[in-house]
Design a protein around this ligand. Structure first.
Ligand code: SOE
Length: 392
């Protein structure tokens, strides 16, 4: 727990589904394992269904619940608004919160379009001038092995980047009978595999290399165009629990691009890779070595050092749980691995430390916009038959 007398940071969270649950555990846990300069207080959660949001508040550890995000933003005891809603509401909620003087943490992808993301960046810049900050939740940056990869690239341990090979593979839509959800509705989600999971690997590629993509070419595909409407679901055409409704987003995205430093990058994002549950694979080859990571073995980073003596050269398997490692020494003894939720906790830790120091947290809304521009360019490339699209 934070030391007595630590100033508080009142949190209000909008949305309480999968991401809301992951964020709630992070707000609960961070001050118990890290010595934070501000003590987060889980004041209030907002959702449209009064009974459901009340139950969620109880279960997830929020003091109160409300049925309107506007009411949440207006509260004096809320200093930071955590946006965990579908993408079509990010811009409206985040901009309103920033205008009201609240810091914002917004789930990824930042928005459903470049125009929305640009408006969010403009609002964040105006707010930053008043000491109010915004960050976007590309959580996988906070996996210790990913932070170590970034550190090694920065130290020049793999030299100049030649190749990035990035994949995000899941299989929850491979069954054609898997039901519709908001993630399959373009109006709500913006895009499909591209924005939901492709966005993560674009961000990771840009973060680990420290280079932006300058252009892309790609293809999107929707393999299953109609899916059963689940009983719990209302929103798309078709009555809840009856018949089928349309899938209006991509099921899979394949694209390649060029990095600012001249390296080449390939990407794949799909929810149709049977057996791959949450396989985020990133390999970076440089002029002096290589790095490889797979989220399904998330405590490991593989490092090949080309300057090693040839007789003993080989990929080193680094178990990234030592006290010397990023976020090390706060959790369990070395070798007692971390999981998915720890990255969310690290996100809260970094955010709270930056806010207390009056620093712009990362990834910023501008970083989110950089990813959005890539997603948009991939869509435009695919719509035009797969040709090259420059990213300004
Ligand atoms: C998609 O299945 C999803 O839930 C993403 O939306 C999250 O960002 C990712 O962390 C896990 O997978």
């Amino acid at each position: 727990m934070s030391a007595p007398g630590t100033p508080t940071l009142g949190i209000g969270m909008v949305g309480y589904s999968f991401m809301g649950q992951a964020h709630s555990q992070a707000w609960r846990t961070a001050p118990r394992f890290f010595d934070l300069p501000l003590a987060p207080r889980m004041r209030v959660v907002a959702g449209r269904d009064g009974d459901a949001v009340r139950a969620a508040a109880e279960r997830l550890g929020w003091d109160e619940s409300v049925t309107s995000w506007q009411e949440l933003i207006a509260r004096d005891d809320v200093d930071l608004v955590d946006v965990c809603t579908p993408g079509d509401t990010h811009a409206e909620i985040a901009i309103a919160a920033l205008q009201a003087g609240k810091h914002v943490l917004c789930e990824k992808p930042l928005a459903n379009s470049v125009a929305e993301a640009e408006a969010m960046v403009a609002a964040a810049e105006r707010a930053a001038a008043r000491g109010v900050h915004a960050a976007v939740g590309f959580t996988y940056r906070r996996v210790p092995a990913i932070q170590l990869a970034r550190r090694l690239v920065e130290q020049g341990r793999i030299g100049e980047v030649r190749h990035v090979r990035a994949q995000y593979l899941q299989d929850w839509l491979a069954d054609p009978q898997a039901p519709l959800s908001w993630r399959l509705d373009k109006e709500k989600a913006g895009s499909g595999a591209l924005g939901d999971i492709g966005a993560h690997v674009v961000d990771l590629a840009q973060f680990v290399t420290g280079e932006l993509l300058t252009g892309v070419a790609g293809m999107l595909e929707t393999f299953v165009r109609e899916r059963p409407v689940p009983a719990s679901f209302a929103g798309l055409s078709g009555e809840a629990g009856e018949g089928t409704g349309p899938v209006t987003v991509d099921d899979a995205a394949v694209f390649f691009g060029r990095l600012a430093g001249g390296g080449l990058a390939t990407f794949e994002a799909t929810r149709f890779a049977w057996g791959r549950k949450n396989a985020i694979r990133l390999e970076v080859n440089g002029t002096r070595g290589s790095l490889a990571f797979d989220f399904e073995d998330m405590n490991l980073l593989h490092f090949f050092d080309a300057t090693d003596d040839a007789e003993v050269a080989g990929f080193r398997r680094i178990v990234v749980t030592e006290p010397e490692h990023p976020y090390g020494g706060h959790w369990w003894p070395a070798g007692h691995g971390l999981g998915y939720e720890h990255a969310f906790t690290h996100q809260v830790v970094d955010l709270v430390e930056d806010l207390a120091a009056g620093k712009q947290p990362t990834p910023s809304f501008a970083d989110g916009l950089a990813v959005q521009r890539v997603l948009d360019a991939v869509e435009r490339s695919s719509d035009a038959g797969g040709g090259w699209v420059d990213i300004p």
